[in-house]
Design a protein around this ligand. Sequence first.
Ligand SMILES: NC(=O)c1ccc[n+]([C@@H]2O[C@H](COP(=O)([O-])OP(=O)(O)OC[C@H]3O[C@@H](n4cnc5c(N)ncnc54)[C@H](O)[C@@H]3O)[C@@H](O)[C@H]2O)c1
Length: 215
Amino acid sequence: MTRLAGKVALVTGARVLAVQTDVTQSASVQHAVSEAHTALGPVDVLVNNAGINVFCDTLTMTDDWRRCFAVDLDGVWNGCRAVLPGMVERGAGSIVNIASTHAFKIIPGCFPYPVAKHGVIGLTRALGIEYAPRNVRVNAIAPGYIETQLAHDWWNEQPDPAAARQATIDLQPMKRIGRPEEVAMTAVFLASDEAPFINATCITVEGGRSVLYHD
Ligand SMILES: NC(=O)c1ccc[n+]([C@@H]2O[C@H](COP(=O)([O-])OP(=O)(O)OC[C@H]3O[C@@H](n4cnc5c(N)ncnc54)[C@H](O)[C@@H]3O)[C@@H](O)[C@H]2O)c1
């Protein structure tokens, strides 16, 4: 990728492989990694990005706990264990797990998503320490509000979506919502040789929102 006037764009001619994958299924993730290896060579970088919002009432939810954890935590673990053997063998690798500010702060009514995202931080720290001697780094990113389909789906569930979006903007110290490429650029940094001594930690990408004391 390259930066063009603040945007991230694919470099023309970059080789890309798309493999349809269900991260809740270990075999499916193993298959994707194997396909990538065959087409492009050893996998040195993994970004575990797939995730779903599961916001429920704790006492009335049914299979939502399992549905949430299957994607938001098992999915991350399935990705890690698919690439770790190769990374350990080569003595090099970088994994970036997409967590959330929900991994540190609790918003009432958003259960059990933050529990799974806390788990992503725990997994990142555990694997980061486990594989540090093998030169495999494992880090996380905690995005705040980022303008993706996920955010639009949530606003659209509110009685007045436009008002809900504006209320979100009003809560932000920078008075705007984050852009997907701002998370992507952080992932590129963490995965790159520009971050060789950053391991087992988490970078927040949320414009300072979690530092603010009052709404
Ligand atoms: N958008 C935000 O405000 C925000 C904030 C904090 C964290 N996040 C996290 O960022 C990550 C990306 O979210 P996003 O905002 O781009 O959401 P998104 O809904 O736009 O994209 C999520 C992607 O995950 C994929 N996915 C879902 N279940 C899957 C499965 N079982 N197997 C494979 N892929 C699956 C979806 O197809 C989709 O492409 C997620 O982990 C999310 O929790 C997003």
